[in-house]
Design a protein around this ligand. Sequence first.
Ligand code: TRP
Length: 330
Amino acid sequence: MREIVVSGIRSTGNLHLGNYYGALRNFVKMQHEHDCYFFIADLHSLTTHPDPKMLHTNVKSILAEYLAAGLDPEACALFVQSDVPEVAELYLLLNMHVYIGELERTVSFKEKVRKQPENVNAGLLTYPTLMAADILLHRATKVPVGKDQEQHLEMTRRFARRFNTIYGTEFFPEPASYNFGAESIKIPGLDGSGKMGKSEGNCIYLLDDEKTLRKKVMRAVTDEGPKTPNAPKSEPVENLFTIMRIVSEPDTTAYFEEKYNTCEIRYGDMKKQLADDILKVTLPIRERILEIQNNDEYMRKVVAQGAEKARESAAKTLKEVKKIMGFRSF
Ligand code: TRP
């Protein structure tokens, strides 16, 4: 079934290999199967770090990376949240039926209060309303999100249900969360344990140049090497094999498995091969990122086209919502 998919991209720094094999490749696939609305959540970013000097730069860098990694502005609606002013209007209308108490109980809000006690602004409190507006604006049926967004999505469903009940309508579908599950490949970090993540500081970025990337891979944590044939692998070594299974040819991985099992493996050789194969994935993307970043004309075209698609769907929804709520023109 064709779904209406909405997802917001929050700026959390540059894309790394974990992002690429996780959500991103699924976005790229979904854009051809569903009606997708993907946007850069620049309004949401104001709740934590409003910075006029960086706002546009950040948006540009996210846009270039997502385009380079495969989002196709012809296949989906790819836009900047603030280019669709309808979202602000729906946010205002939805807020009339959102209770302070439920907002205050949101886990992400309580966390932010702890983290930035000097800036507990109303935008932070109503973050879930804005996110609901993003989603309901296109009457989305599916929202791909990570675990940390589950509560926000639960609230979106509640707001949709509440609106429908109050106004005796079926207007808003309740958007289901979409977990990529098995399709989402987890990339481990290079530091021996855990997954690749920005806060872990163990990332290979799509933007890393060849020298930086090679250095990171060559420094990856390993162990003293197998002492007996067919020894079980330690976690750091297993992690290298995991990445290799994803980026390298099966023959290559099989070759190093064999070397490991016969205790002949030289981790240096394996890392060199691994770096070569990661570079085959990331270097072409890196080149595209740099190319797109320098092509303002192209980016301008992309976001204009995206905003146009999004606004068309948004205006339709908003018109209906206002009618349902009782607004009439003279
Ligand atoms: N809150 C999401 C995050 O932090 C980003 C986001 C904003 C979003 N609006 C959305 C995600 C709408 C999905 C749908 O990652």
